[in-house]
Design a protein around this ligand. Structure first.
Ligand SMILES: NC(=O)c1ccc[n+]([C@@H]2O[C@H](COP(=O)([O-])OP(=O)(O)OC[C@H]3O[C@@H](n4cnc5c(N)ncnc54)[C@H](O)[C@@H]3O)[C@@H](O)[C@H]2O)c1
Length: 254
């Protein structure tokens, strides 16, 4: 069991990569706080874990809301006694529009969830990790955090920002034994990617065709990201700090 006796909080754990990570972390012995803005989805994933004999609870929280972010951390510590792992995974694709056409509300929404939400998670979790003698934080960026995205100015800005937050916290808390790393997934077959494909239906874009553009010729599976998150969460990654891990089938290699 690679996460025996650890307590992990995962945001956006009701779907996609967060759900895959919640199931995997629990199977590896972690007690998991399954957090999502979609309460029913969070409760369902937590139920799936407990039905399999694991430890979990589900809770609704909007990561962009400071009170919710604080509550999700406090509730985790109340239920499980400590916090060792924070996986800031929740995110939205947001509006698809050119920079000059992007709406102000749409920009603020993407930045609020995908960037401020990551900072808020760290803000409230870090004091508990210091108390626990250390911890591991995994932040979800994207290949859109490494290069621009046509039609996704807010998404690219937020995901680049996540890398800045990750590197800064890694510098600040390394001596407290808190490791902070980011994962930059390429196209991963989740409901989010299905929604992006659906917007572009007229051009016959599919999840498969988005994956076909990577050097590996296929989209990734959520479990392939969850396994990297598991490694970063575990003590096996004891010297990994401030790392930005592109897990993208080679998409950003050129
Ligand atoms: N799928 C991809 O190809 C891809 C690629 C790179 C990065 N990402 C990033 O990976 C992360 C997970 O994406 P996914 O593809 O699994 O998406 P998904 O839509 O399947 O799951 C995201 C989950 O986050 C939840 N969520 C949304 N807003 C929230 C909020 N304000 N507070 C709490 N929960 C919220 C949703 O309800 C959903 O359950 C996101 O940060 C996304 O930007 C995805």
């Amino acid at each position: 069991m690679r996460l025996a006796d650890k307590v992990a909080l995962i945001t956006g754990a009701g779907s996609g990569m967060g759900k895959a990570a919640a199931l995997l972390f629990a199977a590896e012995g972690a007690a998991v706080a399954v957090i999502d803005i979609d309460e029913a989805a969070a409760l369902e994933v937590a139920r799936e874990i407990t039905n399999r004999g694991g430890k979990a609870f589900g809770m609704r929280a909007d990561v962009s809301n400071p009170a919710d972010a604080e509550r999700m951390v406090e509730e985790t510590v109340k239920r499980f006694g400590k916090l060792n792992v924070l996986y800031n995974n929740a995110g939205i694709e947001g509006e698809a529009n050119l920079t000059a056409r992007f709406s102000v509300e749409g920009f603020d929404r993407v930045i609020g969830i995908n960037l401020r939400g990551v900072w808020l998670g760290m803000k409230y979790a870090i004091p508990h990790m210091i108390k626990a003698g250390g911890g591991s934080i995994i932040n979800t960026s994207s290949t859109a955090g490494l290069s621009g995205v046509k039609g996704g100015c807010a998404y690219a800005a937020a995901k680049h920002g996540v890398i800045g937050l990750t590197k800064t916290a890694a510098l600040e808390y390394g001596r407290r034994n808190i490791r902070v790393n980011a994962i930059c997934p390429g196209p991963i077959a989740t409901p989010l990617l299905e929604r992006i494909a659906a917007y572009q239906k007229s051009r016959e874009v599919t999840v498969e065709s988005m994956g076909a553009n990577t050097p590996m010729g296929r989209p990734g599976a959520p479990e392939e990201i969850a396994k990297v998150a598991l490694f970063l969460a575990s003590d096996e990654a004891s010297y990994a700090n401030g790392g930005i891990f592109a897990i993208d089938g080679g998409q950003t290699a050129s």
